[in-house]
Design a protein around this ligand. Sequence first.
Ligand SMILES: [Fe+2]
Ligand SMILES: [Fe+2]
Length: 271
Amino acid sequence: MRILFIGDVVGRTGREAVATALPRLRATLRLDLVVVNAENASHGFGLAPDMATALFAAGADVITLGNHAWDRKEIIPYIADSPRLLRPLNFPPGTPGAGAALVEVPGGRRALVLQAMGRLYMDPLDCPFRGTIAELSRHRLGVTVAAIVVDFHAEASSEKMAFAHFLDGTVSLVVGTHTHCPSADHQVLPGGTAFQSDAGMSGDYDSVIGMVKDAATLRFWRKMPGERLAPAEGEATVCGTFVETDDATGLARRIEPVRFGGRLAPAMPVG
Ligand SMILES: [Fe+2]
Ligand SMILES: [Fe+2]
């Protein structure tokens, strides 16, 4: 299975770049499954229903959120009716929406997509390790589902690496989101799970993690409340990761970074 995961879409520039690129990427990379993290799509904070609809129409099979899941309140009724829009699975029981989605992919195959949120330097949710294992206990990689993609929304690389090794051999991909900086540690772990500690954001990198740099910088050095943060509107770099899995086992054959547009050096899988 050929899978593309796109990291945190930030603001209008990120939304437009991703929506414009997805139809072309689906064709050129011959993608079977596309997952997009869109927790910052609405002016940096949350996701509005019309934006989710536009990303689905452009070719996202599943959209994930994160700690900004509820910043746009309109998403709460929308998520209840949208099984392919995910929030972290370790929110308290009874939270609207789901943390896992089973999707049909071409060739009569099925894929499972999950999102969990880390706890180091984040809101202390329920245990992401136990929550993920409980969700995975309903499925068998390479038997009941051809691929399993896990978005681990977390701040600390240490927690992300620990989480990936914990799942190594039981899922196809563990990819981190939330830091908005693409990491260069993409690899297939010894048990066959592809891993990248952060996919990076899809937004303007002439910024502080996607937000206008002057206001964001002042907050750090003046230690005074300042202007409201707003997303930087320059050309976005679309960042993500590409994985090819073996359908017989569901494990990864390769993982390669995807970056194009804007200021970061481009990277695109070949073949
Ligand atoms: Fe984010
Ligand atoms: Fe986040």
